[in-house]
Design a binder for this molecule. Structure first.
Ligand code: CA
Ligand code: CA
Ligand code: CA
Ligand code: CA
Length: 387
């Protein structure tokens, strides 16, 4: 039989363990302190010797010592006065991250007899971290056609502190187009968005620059900012417009082929291809116009083609269209009235309508020999004939 009632090394170690357990129990009355993080070296934390019921004089002889698991020498005890003080920098964020509870657990040990005490030092948060946005500048692109009430998600800021020291309130520069909306969900996570308050117009404002600010609830509060650069994308929402609805021009009927009749100009407020204009005769085009004029699609110049003839046509009415190159093109219209000016290009024509020949030599003065008709196709003074 291996087990012996007479005792032996096994029984001795069991007894030692029981003794240790008793000592543990004797010293297990917990003491709590609290200290602000980032407190200066030497900051008073607690009268640890006194609070543990130890005499100052016995600290050295009983080999008073403090151990803290993994936290090194953040806190130290002055063996002369039995005071626990801050020894090196305590950063709550480094120690405990985002957890709401943060404390340093100390084991205080004295010998003769062996006693172990547990001391809990709570590390209190101070507001030493400002809210931080992921970027300093945030570019947002929004088409000008987006309707009011459209929401655009924003990245919120983060704050390494806890509690009110990390409770964030957001605001943006006052402006008429955008508002902020913060919605808190059950997980205490807030979703931040930009809400469009009124219709945008790229033709009026192409870029909005707004400062988004986050404040924490600390005292004093800390702030973080991000510059929102909102670029408004163009939409083809403007039709080309001519300077006038009706243009009146005159052209001499003997104008050379290619003579400039008029240079039309339409403007389109949109950007890029949405504002690029192509000019054309509006269909259906009358054969007379097509025969007499030509339009340059890019410059808007209307020129003569071939020969004009006042006697054939005195007035042309040309309907012109300006179309932009938008995805869904928009058009503007105008009418050009071209008046052809007569020039003296017709010689008078003589026609003899009756003739009585030969004439008798004794014919009386005043006898009608011939009826002569003179006409001129030209008009006005150009057509007046003198014989
Ligand atoms: Ca903070
Ligand atoms: Ca803090
Ligand atoms: Ca346009
Ligand atoms: Ca536009």
């Amino acid at each position: 039989m291996l087990f012996s009632w007479r005792g032996g090394p096994g029984v001795q170690s069991l007894l030692l363990s029981l003794l240790l357990l008793a000592a543990w129990k004797a010293g297990s009355g917990q003491v709590h302190y609290s200290v602000l993080e980032e407190a200066k070296h030497g900051t008073f934390v607690g009268r640890i010797a006194q609070d543990l019921g130890l005499e100052l004089a016995e600290l050295v002889p009983r080999l008073f010592r403090v151990a803290s698991k993994g936290h090194g020498d953040l806190l130290e005890v002055n063996l002369q006065n039995g005071i626990l003080f801050v020894n090196s920098r305590i950063d709550r964020e480094e120690l405990c991250g985002r957890s709401a509870e943060c404390s340093i657990h100390l084991e205080v040990i004295v010998d003769r007899p062996l006693q172990v005490f547990h001391v809990e030092v709570e590390v209190k948060d101070i507001n030493d971290n400002p809210p931080v946005f992921p970027e300093n500048k945030k570019r947002i692109i929004i088409a000008e056609s987006r309707p009011p009430e459209t929401r655009f998600p924003l990245d919120g800021a983060s704050d390494a502190d806890i509690g009110v020291n990390s409770a964030l309130i957001y605001r943006i520069d006052p402006n008429e187009y955008f508002a902020l909306d913060t919605q808190n969900n059950r997980e205490e996570m807030s979703s931040l968005s930009l809400v469009l308050r009124k219709s945008l117009d790229r033709e009026q404002i192409q870029e909005h620059s707004l400062l988004l600010t986050a404040n924490d609830g600390g005292k004093p509060e800390l702030t973080g900012t991000v510059q929102l650069l909102i670029t408004i994308l163009d939409v083809n929402d403007n039709a080309p417009e001519f300077d006038q609805y009706i243009y009146k021009v005159t052209v001499l009927e003997n104008a050379f082929n290619g003579t400039l009749v008029i240079k039309l100009n339409a403007t389109d407020l949109d950007d890029g291809t949405n504002g690029d204009i192509i000019y054309s005769f509006r269909k259906p085009v009358s054969p007379a116009v097509l025969h007499a004029f030509i339009i340059n699609p890019n410059s808007g110049e209307i020129r003569t083609r071939g020969k004009l003839d006042f006697e054939e046509k005195k007035l042309y009415e040309i309907s012109v269209e300006a179309i932009d190159k938008g995805n869904i093109p928009m058009a503007g219209h105008c009418t050009v009235l071209v008046e052809i000016l007569d020039i003296n290009d017709n010689t008078p024509e003589i026609t003899i309508t009756s003739l009585s020949l030969p004439v008798r030599e004794d014919a009386q003065v005043g006898t009608v020999i011939a009826l002569i008709r003179v006409s001129d196709r030209d008009s006005g003074a150009n057509g007046q004939v003198t014989c």
